[in-house]
Design a binder for this molecule. Structure first.
Ligand SMILES: [Zn+2]
Ligand SMILES: [Zn+2]
Length: 441
């Protein structure tokens, strides 16, 4: 058997001696995966039965479908000092992601066909993770005028959102939902009531009082979510709640699903790893919107992932330059990078404590994430693109700021010990992590 370190750009090959984790069936078994011309040719238990193809040794690593992240900020065009499409997709494949959907709060916003085409083209040139643009719901994300969804979808947009901000008026939210429904695309809401959250920098509760920081109550998020769900009851569209952070939001989604409303929802890894008391360090990398909430919220999110109330986990990868974050807590911008620590955060906080098994946890960042947007990926089905991730579920590592391929370093996990680490990523059969060697941003 050959070693992946001696990768030869094969078209047809087998990866053997791996634990195949199939999140669609929930099964994990020792076996091998055959790849032919960029597609999955077979998935088998045990040793490979084929002699005509080169066999690579997976060294007992876990093999899963390439990971899917439906909420990232690639920052280009407009904020190339934070991240570019190239550095963003490098970070994606370094973190095991083969498909990412990028949010429209660029400059200009993704509210025009030409911006969608620009992103699609740049991503193609980068040739790493597949990039699916999410277009703005309203022109300039200003909440005043609807974008032309037909043109945006034709150019490659897979959903609409004004992420970074909510669609602030109920009337506009209704019109967005009506228009999105006629194209069958999801509307992704960043749930927040700015009249309540304005000026706030962390979750409102005991610790905001203790730390002397202005709070954002959980109901800032819940009011917006409740409003949208009430509209959804009359205007049926595919509604997706981004970065759900509170117990109250989980309850609202649970009720809406029980009523049969077409709602899906995600949470982000930092809400599973941290609590508001961790802000005692005043680490600006923990300044995130919506804010890291209290212990009971974190517990409710884990329960909601287990029972399916929440559909998936998305990183909300939000790069900011070092000088932007190295300021007083009040003045720092919101957001943290997340692509390169997400699998590890999920292994550490969902699998290790026994909340979910590895196949169930992987479903949250593969098939279930892809299903929300209706994009390909997240499966090991024969004939599908050979997008694959090889990882070691046991490796323990301390996150260092030099570890990142992202252009930015604003990770709250720096200095933390995580379990599980991505080793190799294949996109359409190409070992894309091989081309990362020696690359720094
Ligand atoms: Zn957001
Ligand atoms: Zn976001």
């Amino acid at each position: 058997m050959r070693q992946l370190a001696n990768w030869q750009n094969e078209e047809n090959y087998v990866i053997a001696n791996v634990v195949v984790v199939d999140p669609v069936t929930g099964k994990a078994f020792t076996g091998c995966v055959g790849v032919k011309e960029g597609k999955i040719a077979f998935v088998e238990r045990g040793e490979p039965q084929i002699a005509s193809m080169p066999i690579y040794n997976g060294n007992e690593l876990h093999l899963a479908p390439g990971l899917v992240d439906i909420h990232v900020h690639l920052r280009e065009p407009g904020y190339e000092h934070k991240e570019t499409i190239l550095t963003g997709v490098r970070a994606a494949v370094a973190g095991g992601f083969t498909s990412v959907a990028c949010m429209p709060n660029t400059d200009p916003a993704i509210d025009d066909k030409s911006v969608v085409e620009f992103i699609v083209k740049k991503a193609k040139i980068a040739g790493m993770a597949k990039v699916y643009p999410i277009a703005a719901a309203t022109v300039g994300r200003k909440g005043k005028t609807l974008c032309e969804y037909g043109m945006l979808v034709e150019a490659g947009a897979v959903a609409v959102s004004d992420d970074g901000e909510p669609v602030a008026s109920a009337q506009m939210a209704r019109r967005v939902m009506e228009y999105a429904s006629s194209f069958g695309i999801p509307f992704i809401e960043h749930c927040e009531d700015p009249s309540i959250s304005a000026g706030g920098v962390m979750h409102e509760g005991y610790y905001s009082t203790k730390l002397g920081l202005r709070g954002i109550p959980a109901y800032s998020e819940e009011i917006c979510l409740a409003r949208d769900l009430l509209i959804l009851n009359s205007v049926r569209c595919r509604f997706h709640a981004a970065h759900v952070s509170s117990r109250g939001s989980v309850e609202l989604i649970r009720q809406a699903k029980e009523q049969g409303l077409p709602v899906t929802a995600e949470t982000a890894p930092h809400y599973l790893s941290f609590e508001d008391r961790d802000l005692e360090t005043y680490d600006t990398n923990l300044k995130i919107n919506p804010p890291i909430r209290a212990s009971e919220d974190r517990e409710a999110l884990i329960e909601a992932l287990k029972d399916g109330t929440l559909d998936c986990v998305a990183s909300d990868h939000a790069p900011h330059a070092a000088q932007e974050k190295q300021v007083e807590f009040d003045k720092a911008p919101n957001g943290a990078i997340g692509l390169e620590t997400m699998l590890s955060a999920i292994v550490t906080h969902l699998v290790k404590p026994g909340h979910m098994d590895i196949a169930g946890a992987l479903a949250l960042i593969t098939c279930r994430a892809a299903a929300v947007l209706g994009i390909p990926g997240g499966t090991l089905a024969v004939g599908e693109a050979a997008d694959l991730t090889l990882f070691d579920p046991e490796e323990e590592w301390v996150v260092q700021s030099d570890d990142f391929y992202s252009k930015s370093r604003n990770s709250p996990y720096i200095g933390k010990t995580l379990h599980g680490r991505v080793k190799h990523t294949f996109v359409e059969g190409n070992l894309v992590t091989a081309s990362l060697l020696g690359v720094t941003s």
